[in-house]
Design a protein around this ligand. Structure first.
Ligand code: SF4
Ligand code: SF4
Length: 391
């Protein structure tokens, strides 16, 4: 088997951040302090070594990249000030760009001015498009779907989702294939027997339930910010509330769509605030806004090691999430106060345009970690299960 060495890997990685990584002398202090590094997943020293010797394929196939929760404890312990925590974040950006075959993620990460211009152009395009297709504005009550028709929003959303699913699925399949090859996991080992199915089910539950939704290791092991930081602004909590909020909004949208399809309630029909799907959307929106606002504050204040470095694309992603959430609430206010204010129409237009932009950038931004991390955690769960059963 031939192993290709990329002599420019470190230089290339440095375009994504990690400016200090050349100072690393491989002492291993960072691995010793890292609360998440164990026999089934050792990092960050090993991952840094892969970069130093130019093993691109091994680097982007490391499940270790995605099991790191960016606490920055390793950075505080590095005698060389090589900033291993930032290196792990950089390597994740590099992997996102590697698995994005359109090249957009690379531009967003390494050419901030062009990236910002693309983001601005996309936002403007959506805003102008929806303004161009907008219809009448009733003066008596807020009829949002008379202003921008539901079928138009629906069609644009479906087209965007198709693009997003195509790019996301390609990246996820490539990452899964690479990790499986490296870890010696085959289709047969996943499904070849009853015991194999059981192991696969356990690993899936570990990745999606225990870690992605329950944030177990983040909660219990990444305790760098305790007891100094109060519970309401601990990193795991704001991370969890952001994820739960986002998933809750997706669920509310899907239920609303389903109710429309089955003739239970037409989308856009006025319902009281306590109506279950509306209530779910409101609580999920509050949860998302809470998490994203703290992410903003933490990055701005740079209090923790984990928030020392922010790229423009990190801010862009947070800004899109925050504006989508805020405009969603303003629309809700506009719908429930009387008489209905006409500014509600323009807030609705901004909301739809920004939400479309957010969807479009999902596979090319920091958000992509939400699809790659569960894949890596699944393989981590398999490896852990193997090592437990061999004890
Ligand atoms: S990053 Fe720092 S702590 Fe980690 S191996 Fe390199 S020199 Fe040692
Ligand atoms: S940032 Fe935290 S979780 Fe990631 S490698 Fe460093 S110590 Fe480990």
């Amino acid at each position: 088997m031939t192993t290709l060495v990329n002599l420019n890997l470190i230089t290339d990685l440095q375009m994504f951040g990690a400016a200090e990584i050349n100072a690393c002398v491989s002492c291993g202090n960072c691995t010793a302090i890292c609360p998440l590094s164990d026999n089934d997943s050792t990092f960050p020293r090993r991952v840094i070594r892969l970069a130093q010797v130019g093993l691109t394929d091994d680097l982007v196939s490391s499940k270790e990249l995605w099991t790191c929760y960016a606490c920055g404890m390793c950075t505080g312990r590095c005698p060389q000030e090589a900033d291993p925590g930032e290196f792990m974040a950089t390597a994740r950006r590099y992997a996102i760009a590697h698995y994005d075959k359109s090249g957009i993620a690379r531009i967003m990460y390494t050419k901030p001015v062009i990236g910002a211009a693309i983001a601005l152009a996309a936002g403007l395009f959506f805003a102008l498009f929806f303004a161009a297709v907008s219809g009448e504005r009733s003066q008596t009550s807020l009829k949002l779907f008379d202003f921008i028709s539901y079928p138009i929003i629906h069609t644009v959303g479906i087209i965007l989702m198709a693009v997003v699913v195509l790019f996301s699925a390609l990246g996820v399949v490539l990452l899964a294939r690479n990790i499986a090859k490296r870890d010696g996991v085959t289709w047969k080992s996943l499904t070849g027997s009853k015991a194999a199915w059981k192991r696969t089910g356990k690993a899936l539950w570990y990745a999606l339930g225990i870690e992605s939704l329950g944030q177990k290791r983040y909660r219990e092991d990444c305790v760098d910010d305790e007891p100094v930081v109060p519970l309401y602004r601990r990193r795991w909590l704001i991370h969890a509330l952001t994820i739960w909020g986002f998933l809750g909004l997706l669920l509310a949208t899907a239920i609303d769509y389903g109710m429309d399809m089955f003739g239970i309630k037409a989308t856009g029909t006025w319902v009281p605030l306590w109506y279950p799907v509306r209530l779910l959307g409101t609580i999920a929106g509050l949860s998302l806004m809470y998490g994203v606002t703290w992410f903003f504050i933490n990055r701005w204040q740079k209090r923790a090691e984990s928030s020392q470095h922010s790229l423009p694309t990190d801010w862009l992603f947070l800004a899109l999430l925050w504006v989508t959430g805020l405009t969603g609430f303003l629309i809700e206010v506009a719908l429930y106060v009387g008489p209905a204010p006409l500014w509600g129409y323009w807030v609705f237009l901004v909301h739809v345009a920004v939400a479309m932009e957010l969807v479009l950038f999902l596979p090319f931004s920091k958000f992509a970690h939400a699809m790659y991390r569960p894949v890596a955690l699944f393989f981590y769960g398999l490896a852990r299960d193997r090592s437990i059963s061999s004890v």
